[in-house]
Design a protein around this ligand. Structure first.
Ligand SMILES: [Zn+2]
Length: 336
């Protein structure tokens, strides 16, 4: 493996130690062959001192021109995550999933499927509260209970990678994450997939911003219909346009806190009793018996989803008569 120092300030280099190496031989290993995005390189991130990434934290950019990091927030969701896993698998590529603790509690097996597919598992609080609108004690609880819940649900350590809900980061919690040696992940490109059910709108958001920036950490949500429906086509287009996917992984894990572990374990045990231990023999994520296409979401999660991710209607329908307009241009509909 090649050791590559970042072209970054010395102060940053002191807290970051990134190992970069080539990804797998995509053309050899992937059914899609040369058409697959694959992983161009894996960047191993030393989270000592809590480094911060994304446009919100300038100076910490490790991406080369044309490189993207695929990130997915708010899941796992039985209704949407499997389609996203499939799109990523079709391209033999890897992303990072920032998991909400409450979602992990409901879908532990699906969380394990995400990890088993080789994606990085990060943290997105216990219940997706806006941490700039809570007390420091409550914000800490959101971080730590989320961390414990995701680890206990997964049954393995997770990456000390954290993303604030709504990207709303109070200074006190930024400092806390540094103390905890947890990396904070902002974004560079926003798919805005929560504003539309139309995949073409989501795609255009991503491609327009990428064209302007040339690279970046892309934010998706694996609870959103536009991303579930459009990710495969978007990845196809990223490949055509020459973008390369960087997979980020942690150099080390950060211990959870025992008191929060206990709370998480109690909640998991209570849920297993309530569900008759259903997740011991869960349905397959993929294949003919998979409920992947189902819109079924656990009833207790629905109010939270509606509250956090309100659907916004897409653009208005064209006026009557426009359907008989001249043929559309040959360019794909997401071109601009
Ligand atoms: Zn979120």
């Amino acid at each position: 493996m090649v050791v590559a120092r970042l072209a970054a300030p010395i102060a940053l280099a002191a807290v970051l130690s990134i190992l970069a190496g080539p990804g797998p031989a995509v053309a050899d290993a992937c059914p899609a062959g040369e058409a697959a995005l694959g992983v161009s390189r894996t960047v191993e991130i030393d989270t000592t001192g809590g480094p911060q990434f994304g446009a919100q934290y300038p100076g910490h950019d490790f991406l080369q021109p044309g490189e993207v990091v695929l990130t997915f927030d708010d899941g796992p969701s039985r209704a949407k995550t499997p389609a996203i896993l499939q799109a990523l698998a079709d391209h033999c590529t890897k992303g990072t999933f920032f998991i909400v603790g409450r979602m992990a509690l409901v879908e532990p097996q699906l969380l394990r499927e995400v990890a088993h597919a080789g994606h990085t598992i990060g943290l997105h609080t216990w219940s997706h509260k806006k941490l700039t609108a809570t007390s420091a004690a409550k914000a800490k609880e959101e971080i730590e209970l989320g961390h414990s819940m995701v680890e206990k649900s997964l049954g393995a350590p997770v990456a000390p990678f954290f993303r604030f809900p709504y990207l709303a980061a109070p200074n006190s919690m930024l400092a806390y994450l540094k103390e905890r040696n947890v990396a904070t992940w902002g974004i560079d490109v926003d798919s805005k997939d929560f504003t539309t059910r139309k995949p073409e709108v989501m795609m255009k958001n991503v491609l327009t911003q990428l064209k302007a920036r040339g690279k970046g950490i892309i934010l998706f949500h694996d609870i959103q219909a536009s991303t579930a429906a459009g990710l495969k086509t978007l990845l196809d287009e990223l490949k055509v346009r020459g973008y390369k996917v960087v997979h980020v992984t942690p150099k080390q894990h950060v211990p959870t806190i025992a008191s929060y572990d206990k709370r998480a374990e109690q909640m998991i045990a209570k849920r297993q009793v309530a569900s008759g231990h259903k997740d011991v023999h869960p349905p397959p994520v993929f294949g003919p018996d998979s409920p992947a296409g189902s819109e079924a979401i656990e009833p207790e999660v629905l109010p939270w989803l509606r509250e956090q991710q309100p659907e916004v209607a897409g653009p208005p329908a064209p006026p009557p008569g426009t359907t008989s307009a001249p043929p559309q241009p040959k360019k794909p509909w997401w071109e601009f």
